[in-house]
Design a protein around this ligand. Structure first.
Ligand code: GDP
Ligand code: ZN
Length: 462
């Protein structure tokens, strides 16, 4: 059963609002009374016609006293040719804080209700304008921190994910129809080729598992890579952070272990968003363990997608560096970074530097001069598999990944039933489960409570 379609008219400020910022602010209305409210509050001089998809110029006026609240443009989009497929009116006001809030207050006083988070998108979904994956991709576009994250969101808005999932669901529905027919009318129908059904389910399961595996890459793009910089005091961690973020953020001093500051910096390298974590704040102490900042390093390492282990080429690779190396958890991409190459005499080799195993390449840089910066960035992104992100077309978010993984598991059970030679109706239980899971991804089969949860994470006015 499809959820009740709302009949009231909602309104919200659709743009970011701050005093002194944004040259344009938009108040958006959607619902049956949108045009009536627009006509009551908007004074368009001359003979400007109220036609759909035409812009009117005029003023927003308080009907109580005729006071002009703002100079504005009005855009009317009659149903169904609008984002929500309802009548939509947008008032394009001057930016800032005061005027646009005044306009919203008038709109609410005229009978609109303040929209909840994501309520416009929810209506668009309920009215069949968007499937759930497209709606979620819009939210991802708004949240995108980098070019590649935005490209991925755009692919989702275009329906790339919806088509993939709907295609797989169709294939399962075809198989279900065949099986169910056999459950009811086994004698009247030609024998079902169990091997063919099995192959088809195998293929769909494989596709789902690939989507689940690839979703990790999409997550990196959406949320950004967390990269920890670890290293002994004074090897140049803060300097490297400064170099990469091209900002004078961290406080660099000549005294070992005296970096106060910083800790985190958000940046975008080659289209990929990163959060760099410095293991700063290490106090000079006689306790060698504390001097190494083991505890702090452990924390930084715990949540890291990749690790830059920085050491001083002049000092060479020391026992302390080796200790830090041992802290890096198995399986976390690691890069060994020899710093201060500018201070190393031409042609001189650093002492004790380990021959780089393939899982931990070695890069030489100078955080001071910037030498080797590009090599470092390329090696880091390469270590994180970020170069594969380029070709990524669709990527499941957390909600979608759970559903896809569960559907793959259901198909797995289905195939087991097949292997055990169980009757058709044993297959259909799990097959239906998988189909329902895929339907929940696109929103064809989804409860109202789940919808509320999804859309409540959207921003107001979207
Ligand atoms: P941290 O304790 O690991 O954060 O190290 P800092 O970034 O605070 O740097 C410690 C000292 O090393 C400072 O005096 C920096 O100027 C110096 N330093 C950092 N990177 C380089 C480099 O690439 N070359 C040279 N010659 N000195 C550097
Ligand atoms: Zn530092």
């Amino acid at each position: 059963p499809s959820p009740q379609l709302p009949g009231d008219t909602i309104a919200a400020i659709a743009t970011a609002v701050a005093a002194g910022a944004g040259s344009v602010a938009i108040v958006r209305l959607s619902g049956p009374a949108a045009e009536t409210i627009g006509r009551r509050l908007f004074l368009a001089p001359g003979a400007q016609p109220w036609e759909s998809h035409r812009v009117l110029y005029g003023h927003v006026v308080d009907p109580a006293d005729g006071r002009r609240v703002d100079e504005a443009l009005l855009l009317l989009m009659r149903a169904p040719r609008s984002f929500t497929r309802e009548d939509v009116v947008e008032l394009h006001c001057h930016g800032g804080l005061v005027a646009v809030r005044g306009v919203l207050e008038l709109v609410l006083a005229a009978g609109a209700r303040l929209a909840g988070p994501g309520e416009f998108s929810q209506r668009a979904f309920l009215n069949g304008r968007l499937d759930l994956t497209r709606a979620e991709a819009i939210a991802e576009m708004i949240a995108a921190r980098s070019r590649r994250a935005a490209e991925l969101a755009m692919a989702g808005i275009d329906g790339g994910l919806q088509r993939r999932i709907a295609g797989l669901r169709e294939r399962l529905l075809d198989q279900l129809a065949e099986l169910e027919a056999r459950v009811d009318f086994e004698e009247d129908l030609p024998r079902l080729d169990g091997a063919a059904v099995r192959t088809e389910l195998e293929v769909v399961r494989g596709e789902l598992e690939r989507l689940v595996a690839e979703s990790r890459q999409g997550e990196l793009l959406r949320e950004g890579l967390r990269v920890a910089i670890v290293g002994r005091p004074n090897v140049g961690k803060s300097s490297l952070l400064n170099l990469l973020s091209r900002r004078e953020r961290a406080i660099v001093t000549d005294l070992p272990g005296t970096t106060r500051d910083l800790l985190e910096s958000d940046l975008v390298l080659d289209g990929v968003p990163l959060t760099l974590l410095d293991t700063a704040g290490i106090r000079p102490t006689d306790d060698r363990v504390e001097q190494l900042g083991i505890e702090r390093s452990r924390q930084a390492l715990a949540g890291a997608d990749a690790v830059l282990l920085l050491f001083d080429l002049l000092a060479g690779w020391t026992a302390a560096d080796q200790e830090l190396r041992a802290l890096v958890p198995e399986g976390v991409p690691l890069l060994l970074v020899g710093n201060k190459c500018d201070a190393l005499p031409e042609g001189a080799a650093a002492a004790g530097v380990p021959s780089a195993p393939p899982e931990a390449p070695l890069v030489r840089i100078s955080a001071l001069t910037g030498a080797g910066r590009n090599d470092l960035v390329a090696a880091l992104l390469g270590q994180c598999g970020a170069s594969e992100l380029q070709g990524l077309q669709v990527a499941l978010n957390g909600r979608q990944r759970e559903l896809a993984a569960a559907a793959a598991t259901s198909l797995e059970r289905c195939l087991e039933a097949a292997d055990q030679g169980l009757p058709w109706d044993f297959w259909t239980i799990d097959l239906r489960g998988a189909i329902a899971g895929l339907g929940a991804i696109t929103g064809e089969e989804v409860s109202e409570a789940v919808l509320e949860r999804i859309f409540s994470r959207f921003c107001i006015g979207k």
